[in-house]
Design a protein around this ligand. Structure first.
Ligand code: ITT
Length: 200
């Protein structure tokens, strides 16, 4: 099965490729660079599903017949902030914001919020779309909490501030490969891989 990833985020590509390798699937994963690159899209959907659909549609006309497009829309939801940054995770501190700026804004918004109320969850919605408009969705959620200050240098995005439930480390402190076994994206990719294994 040939799948093109509708993403301009190299971290997502690396993580999903590693997960698919570990799961030993029959998927051949290609980056959007194998087409004409990921086009600029305006991710103005109200949900992760809508934004994933916008990204998938943007490159779907470019893929070879018989191939599939996979879009990943993901983000961090913090109940104490009414679900923010949510679908705006990538641009929480403004359009084109760096990960560091987004992390700083998150810490600022959570200033004075007691430990018990710093719960959070990462959400990943994967949308798989065929060249003939068949669509499948796979969701993964990872629960945790937001730390008081960034820890670790691995991963990307909010990883230095996110401590997954049951672990002492932040996502960014985990040894290589460990995040890719327990993350929201790992759970969604597990579901995708299970679906792929049922196709013959
Ligand atoms: P594409 O849309 O091109 O795929 P993007 O980074 O803009 O890349 P999203 O619109 O889905 O992707 O935004 C996701 C943001 O949520 C991302 O920029 C991070 O800030 C955050 N995020 C998602 N998954 C994450 C992860 O595993 N670790 C840390 N932060 C994550």
């Amino acid at each position: 099965m040939h799948i093109y990833l509708a993403s301009g985020n190299p971290h997502k590509l690396r993580e999903i490729a590693e997960m698919l390798m570990r799961l030993d699937t029959t998927v051949n994963l290609y980056s959007a660079e194998a087409l004409e690159g990921m086009p600029e899209v305006s991710e103005d959907g109200a949900t992760f599903e809508e934004n994933a659909a916008i990204k998938a549609l943007a490159i779907q006309p470019l893929i070879p017949r018989g191939a599939w497009v996979l879009a990943d829309d993901s983000g961090l939801e913090v109940p104490a902030l009414d679900g923010a940054p949510g679908v705006r995770s990538a641009r929480y501190a403004g359009a084109g914001a760096t990960d560091a700026a987004n992390n700083l804004k998150l810490l600022h918004e959570l200033e004075g919020i007691p430990d018990a109320d710093r719960t959070a969850r990462f959400v990943c919605v994967l949308l798989l779309r065929s060249s003939t408009d068949e669509i499948h969705r796979f969701t993964g959620i990872c629960h945790g909490r937001i730390l008081e200050s960034p820890r670790g240098t691995g991963g990307f995005g909010y990883d230095p501030l996110f401590q997954p439930e049951g672990l002492e480390s932040s996502f960014a402190e985990l040894p290589p490969g460990e995040k890719n076994r327990i993350s929201h994206r790992a759970k969604a990719v597990d579901r995708l891989a299970r679906w792929v294994s049922l196709q013959v």
